[in-house]
Design a protein around this ligand. Structure first.
Ligand SMILES: [Zn+2]
Length: 309
């Protein structure tokens, strides 16, 4: 082999290496991720609560990362929620649903897509839940429905507000009607929470779509959204194709959805903890400044406070 062949072969090798795209696994295991300005160190992103310092994109985070940010590192108790039998319809398309569940559990180290915790915020005991987009796109099946119901029941039994960090693509098609029925079940459970005069706060995190938007995500006494989250029912392309009109800028983003009245408050991730704490204090009349300005008797205040402690 002469030197020309060697150089050409080396050139080919470099070309192949450059063309080779990183697998999903490579990206997950890498120290780097990407945002508006190209690569960014995951460590730097984490230090900024997984929010890009340049464009304020709120990157998706898992349940523990979210709870650590909102309630303090490991300052919560994870509740074990019931897991119904897997794959009741014996679903198979390009893969079996059972395989998908095995992969999702391995990837997220969770039994189902929603984690429920008992914790405190602003000295108020609360029950909270959050979902992981890496668990089959944050979709909701029977197990996720059970998790929400379990969380609400825990909140009612302990007279605590319930905070729901909602995200996910909708109801899980591999469970068909069983998944769709979770919309009704969670709605009925939220009604029970409200009958008990306990606050229900939703925090809509990118992305919230389909049946999640059409049920428990929009039923909060206050619906908060993280900045720049996608909040939709049907996808933008489907809507554009149906109405045959250009969609406005920022369509289905938190700020747009707030303008159209579906969301009460849009907040950056760094402001969630303080604001949710204050909102709950106001709703529960725990703040002495606010209590003194109301016309309620101290007996009323004591009752509210007791209900939330
Ligand atoms: Zn960015």
């Amino acid at each position: 082999m002469n030197w020309i062949t060697k150089v050409l072969k080396f050139g080919e090798k470099i070309k192949t290496e450059i063309k080779k795209r990183a697998s999903k696994e490579d990206i997950e295991n890498s120290d780097w991720t990407s945002c508006c300005k190209g690569p960014i160190l995951k460590k730097d992103l984490e230090e900024n609560l997984f929010v890009c310092p340049s464009c304020n994109k709120h990157h998706r985070i898992n349940c523990k990362q979210r709870f650590n940010i909102i309630f303090g590192k490991n300052n919560y108790e994870i509740l074990k929620t019931p897991i119904p039998a897997d794959d009741p319809l014996n679903w198979k398309d390009t893969k079996t649903y059972k395989e998908r569940l095995i992969n999702a559990r391995k990837k997220t180290k969770m039994d189902c897509g929603i984690m429920v915790v008992s914790t405190r915020i602003n000295n108020i005991n609360v029950t909270a839940c959050s979902s992981d987009f890496n668990f089959i796109g944050g979709s909701v099946g029977a197990a996720e429905g059970e998790a929400i119901l379990y969380g609400i029941q825990h909140a009612i039994e302990n007279k605590q507000p319930f905070i729901n960090f909602c995200s996910g693509g909708g109801m899980r098609m591999f469970e068909s009607l069983i998944a769709l029925s979770q919309m009704t079940r969670t709605t009925l459970a939220i009604n029970e929470l409200k009958k008990n005069n306990l606050p229900y706060i939703t925090v809509l995190c990118d992305p919230v779509a389909g049946g999640i938007t059409a049920s428990y995500a929009m039923l909060g006494d206050l619906n908060v959204a993280e900045s720049n989250s996608l909040i939709s029912f049907a996808g933008a392309r489907v809507i554009q194709g149906t109405i045959k009109e250009e969609l406005p800028e920022g369509f289905q983003k938190s700020e747009y959805v707030q303008k159209t009245g579906f969301v009460d408050l849009v907040l950056d991730r760094k402001d969630l903890r303080e604001n949710i704490g204050s909102i709950l204090s106001i709703l529960l009349k725990k703040n002495s400044d606010i209590s003194s300005k109301t016309n309620e008797t101290s007996e009323d205040i004591r009752t509210h406070t007791k209900a939330a402690s």
